[in-house]
Design a protein around this ligand. Structure first.
Ligand code: ZN
Length: 127
């Protein structure tokens, strides 16, 4: 038993069709050969489209990423904070907890903010 493929119009045995429960006969309307050809074309097309999109996405986001990178260093890396903690308090790296890092990081950022504020006051005369 077989049927005619709606894509290539050839009569083929049912084992030449993929099973498809949503179809009346329980088989795909296209034969396996046609399905795989169409799939390949779709995949290739899709690949190009995806590449194009990702390039555009890249361009658009390069600026944002740079910004993010900067803000990341401003948030201070753990390693940087650990170094400072070790120097100031003369403690070993293994004695430094995540909490200590977070608190110290906030202190550093607070100091920076204060310094920045003072500079603003100097340059703007307090306005
Ligand atoms: Zn076919």
């Amino acid at each position: 038993m077989g049927k005619i493929c709606t894509k290539c119009g050839q009569y083929k045995e049912l084992d030449q069709y993929h099973k498809n429960k949503t179809r009346k006969l329980g088989y795909s309307v296209w034969c396996k050969a046609c399905t795989s050809i169409t799939r390949n074309i779709y995949y290739k097309k899709n690949k190009e489209v995806r590449r194009k999109y990702s390039n555009e996405y890249d361009k658009k986001n390069r600026k944002t990423r740079k910004k993010y990178k900067k803000s990341y260093t401003e948030r201070l890396r753990d390693g940087y904070v650990i170094d400072i903690l070790m120097k100031i308090y003369e403690i070993k790296k293994k004695d430094i907890s995540k909490d200590m890092i977070n608190i110290k990081r906030k202190m550093i950022l607070a100091k920076r903010l204060i310094r920045l504020k003072k500079q603003q006051i100097k340059t703007t005369g307090g306005a």
